[in-house]
Design a protein around this ligand. Structure first.
Ligand SMILES: Nc1ncnc2c1ncn2[C@@H]1O[C@H](COP(=O)(O)OP(=O)(O)OP(=O)(O)O)[C@@H](O)[C@H]1O
Ligand SMILES: [Mg+2]
Length: 242
């Protein structure tokens, strides 16, 4: 039973915004351990703001955010990033003049005293994305968009977090790269990862996730399962995204 499963993420009555203005209102959502959940919605709906709130990157936030067993609502961002949650952010945000491997290792800052664990995590990222091992010494700005997205996902994995957050990993990628990213997310799921995926591509969201939330104007307006979305021919989702 999903409702009985241990939560990886539990958000209750979250409101947050920039300056004095809230852009998300009374958000409640849940990701069970080992579950993949998508957050869909049109541009400006507030999807990125939800992820930034979870990471503690927004000061103006109220409500509660629990990751695993830890209430992270009051924690500073660096503590949240220390094994509770990690993000592959919108726009990837790599250090473009650093090598692929240096970008990856930066994700493991909290573990830097444990060289063997960092190496084991690096190996698992290279197993997930073999091309990154080949290019490990290369400046990340010399990589294709798809390869850079793999670095962003790899860096997220390097802190070995309880919860993975991905902000539109498919954006501006070639069809082949989108496919590789989607396959990697499925592989992470197979290994038991818990993830919240922000996407505009409904096909990817339903291919990777069990459940979907739809946001509009800063609020969650629908919650459904991938199976129900498919059965209804995506009509309900398209209504909100269209
Ligand atoms: N740094 C900021 N300062 C002020 N307002 C912001 C800031 N970032 C986002 N906003 C506003 O907050 C609202 C929600 O933005 P957010 O980036 O969360 O949307 P989104 O759903 O991720 O959109 P997109 O699909 O375009 O990435 C928008 O109206 C946006 O203009
Ligand atoms: Mg966004």
């Amino acid at each position: 039973m999903m409702s009985a499963a241990e939560p990886a993420l539990q958000i209750a009555a979250l409101s947050a915004g920039y300056g004095r203005f809230d852009v998300i209102h009374d958000i409640s959502l849940r990701v069970a351990k080992g579950e993949a959940v998508a957050l869909l919605g049109p541009n400006g709906a507030g999807k990125t703001t939800v992820l930034r709130s979870i990471m503690g990157l927004i000061k103006n936030r109220r409500g509660s955010i629990v990751v695993g067993k830890t209430d992270v609502s009051g924690l500073p961002a660096y503590r949240i990033a220390s094994g509770h949650a990690a993000i592959a952010p919108e726009g990837r945000r790599l250090f473009t003049d650093l090598s692929v491997e240096d970008n990856l290792v930066l994700g493991a800052l909290r573990l830097r005293r444990d060289k063997r664990r960092v190496q084991a995590l690096l190996d698992s990222v290279y197993e997930l994305f073999p091309v990154l091992r080949t290019y490990r010494k290369r400046r990340s700005s010399f990589l294709s968009g798809g390869e850079q997205q793999m670095v962003a996902i790899g860096r997220m994995l390097m802190s070995d977090p309880e919860l993975l957050l991905l902000d539109e990993p498919s954006i501006a990628l070639s069809p082949v790269a989108v496919d590789l990213v989607a396959k990697a997310l499925l592989e992470l799921r197979r290994k038991g990862a818990s993830l919240l995926l922000v996407e505009q591509r409904v096909d990817i969201a339903v291919a990777v996730c069990d459940r979907l939330y739809i946001m509009r104007h800063g609020e969650i307006v629908e919650e459904t399962t991938a199976t129900m979305a498919r059965e209804d021919g995506f009509n309900m989702i398209e209504k909100y995204l269209g």
